[in-house]
Design a protein around this ligand. Sequence first.
Ligand code: XMP
Length: 606
Amino acid sequence: MAHDAIAVVDFGGQYAHLIATKVRRLHVLAEIRQPEDDIERFRGYKGIILSGSPSLSAFGEDSAYTRDIYDLDIPILGFCFGHQEIAKHYGGTVVHGAQEWGAADLHVVGDSPLFRGLAPVERVFMSHFDSVTSVGPEFAEVGYTSLGAGGPAHRYAAIASESLRRYGFQFHPEVDDTVHGDAMIANFVRDICGCSPSWTMEQYIGEQMERVRRQVGDQSVFLLASGGVDSTVAARLLGEALGANRLHLLHVDNGLMRKDESREVLAAFRAFGLDRNLHFVDASDVFLSALAGVVEPEQKRRIIGQTFVDVFEREARALGIEHHLLGQGTIYPDTIETGGTRRADTIKTHHNRVPIIEEMLRQGRVVEPLAELYKVEVRELGEKMGIPADLIWRHPFPGPGLGVRLLCSSGAEFRDGMEQIEPAVQAIAARHGLEALALPIKSVGVKADLRSYEHPVLLGGPLEWTPLLEAAGQLFKQAPGINRAIWNLGPTFPRRVRPLAAAVTRERLDLLREADHLVMEGLRRHGLYGDIWQCPTVLVPLEVDGMGREFVIVRPIHSERAMTAIPAPLPAALRAELALQILALPGVSGLALDVTSKPPGTIEWE
Ligand code: XMP
């Protein structure tokens, strides 16, 4: 192996790629390995990290993997499921139970090199069902966790055997909620494995261009270019790898774009020299008629993805380039959220992962140069390739566009489980002096790496940001069936709300476009556009006033990789301005701010 490298064993979900990203940030090559890979594929690394798993339990039947790795004389570190496997392999015990989810305090015991440079107590993130209750003779506990002062301790949250060079963390250092997780991973990679920095983004660009040339051979690529960060960077990389004459770009107005979006995107592409073979089609009628009357979120996503392919094929035929490969700016989260890695649950079907595209992928007809990267890396790569900053730093916008921000409804209330939900919500809200209303609609979320489709709670009251988030956190932990909390910005707190029958229509989209435009303008006016990572505006068919007018939700978040997110506060002045402007739009009667972290809410509502 040319560089020092770490193998990351992928037991499912988002974890292995997050770990690999953190290792690459140290300029050390990280390669993903499947658990059942032949032992030969694990040789030559300076260390191995075993990921956690959303679905595997230490008691599961599907937990077969290449256990010969334990015979290799290289350091191994496991997280969560990986930690439990290491404990078990060397004579410890693991039990079902002591399940935890959320932040915990790690108390460091002794002076393990894993925690060098860190504080005696560190904030970490726990998400597990099974627990280690004893370790084998060569292991020691190097950390335990507690939930606040005086809370019960979770033993063996970090274990180590210096003689064997085997280590385990029950928590997840790879997620941002573990405050110094990066430092813990760096301690393992640099100090314990002895890796020195040798891997760079420039090398990665070179490797990807080479890979693209091999895959494409003497063919050409037709790329769907939305104007978003990912497809623009993909266009640039493909253009460099293949030459501009072997790349055609198609920008589709699917009717689900932001206000004036297509016009601005085409102008930006021209200014940026990406107009050599640039094609544009207004397919809004095709998309809107395909979506007519459809309410269910996953069905909407599949229809939008399928319609993209239909439009693409029709245009390719019209241009006489139907034999071209399909290019997409797919990035890693699109794949995992669609359940595209071996052990991941389908959280959402991303538009670039619908069945017909999966089939084209199997036939080798899709070129995706960014499919292993997270947004933060795509931006880094784009900057290295000279893409202008205003394109790179645009807020991410999902492929299905406003289609996943325009909730639809048959008009029927979702009241399943409300007998348990309502009293629990009221009890928690009362403890915080808040008004609360569990809403009879649902939105998509993610809990313990699995998709959830549950109720939001509307909160109201004179509140500070931090106590509001605390109340929301308690609702998610203690009330059943809740995956979102929103904070009322309207002048009165509604006593009762009712879903309205609503579908995807041009009128509703225009209303959402207008509200979204006001929010974006507001962020820019207050100098917040760059601080906030993304800010979906959502139109929800809920009436609060008996006049058939809808609810608007604003969802500002901070994130890095979109796999996790925290709600971003908006200044009071901006909240007041938005309330004035948005509540004055004809067709709107309610406004709220989404105050949900991810998990348990996803960034988009559908
Ligand atoms: P969620 O809602 O899953 O979103 O927390 C994570 C990030 O992905 C974006 N997103 C998509 N991007 N195609 C995309 O290209 C999609 O189908 C899609 N769905 C969600 C979302 O905007 C957020 O940045």
